[in-house]
Design a protein around this ligand. Sequence first.
Ligand code: SF4
Ligand code: SF4
Length: 298
Amino acid sequence: MSKKGCLMQIQPFSVNDGDGIRSTVFLAGCPLHCKWCANPEGLQQRPIVGFYAGNCIGCGACVKVCPRHIGIDLNAEREKCTGCGACVKACPKNARKQLVSYADREEILKEVKKHTLFYQQSGGGITFSGGEATAQAELLDDLTTELYDMGYSLDMETCGYFDFDSVLPILRRMDLIFMDLKHMDGAEHEKFTGVSNERILENMKRLGETGARIVIRIPVIEGVNADEGNIRKSGEFVKQYLPQAEMELLPYHKFGFGKYEALGLPLPDEIFETPTPEKMERLKGILQELGIPLADFR
Ligand code: SF4
Ligand code: SF4
């Protein structure tokens, strides 16, 4: 039987998610709830439709097809919406967009295999991301088994919060694993992401023992983790437990807020700011002093 999952999107021709030209598969669901998250639609595993009020001309085509009799302002009645997507097809102005949909393994495999020639010519492949790539572990196992057996290059972006033993066979199929390290302080990590960093740090240590190619990524956010002490501690941890890993510092940007509006959600806290380029260089300098190679995929 074909396995079904919840898909945010498949982004073809990505050059920021690993080597070469890649297709990035964004699977829905995440055990963390980061307060600055740019993809709030990816937190849950169910079909979700967004309402982009700025595009709406008030034609009412969506209302005519909605099986739940929801009006034009979807966000005023969001609790009734099943995400069926009938209004998305009816809307002439892209004011309704399917942000998460059901997709089965065959659809996902067919889509990513379309660009095989580009992967072959560029040294690229397929990257699994999210939401959280491992949040649908059974589907991910199934997809990566087939693609690995066919010789595709596979990468993964993960928040690191998963059951290590059950995900290990998937990790072993990866050419490159990007794992996030959001804060070295457990209480701060929990305050901003909803979970402690204990399991993530433990998984990093175990990943370091596998010999995998790893990039530890820090999304650098003023107001959260951009202080020099935290970056130094992060670097020291990586140096001690993942001596083969590279690190990448990614400056936080206020992208994705349109999705909050489209979902009728309050915007992330204003305390989150983008670090200056000078600050980013200083923080990278700390990691370089520690002798850690820096990656730059963005
Ligand atoms: S996704 Fe379906 S249930 Fe939700 S508003 Fe559109 S038509 Fe109605
Ligand atoms: S179909 Fe689209 S443009 Fe027309 S009222 Fe609905 S959301 Fe607005």
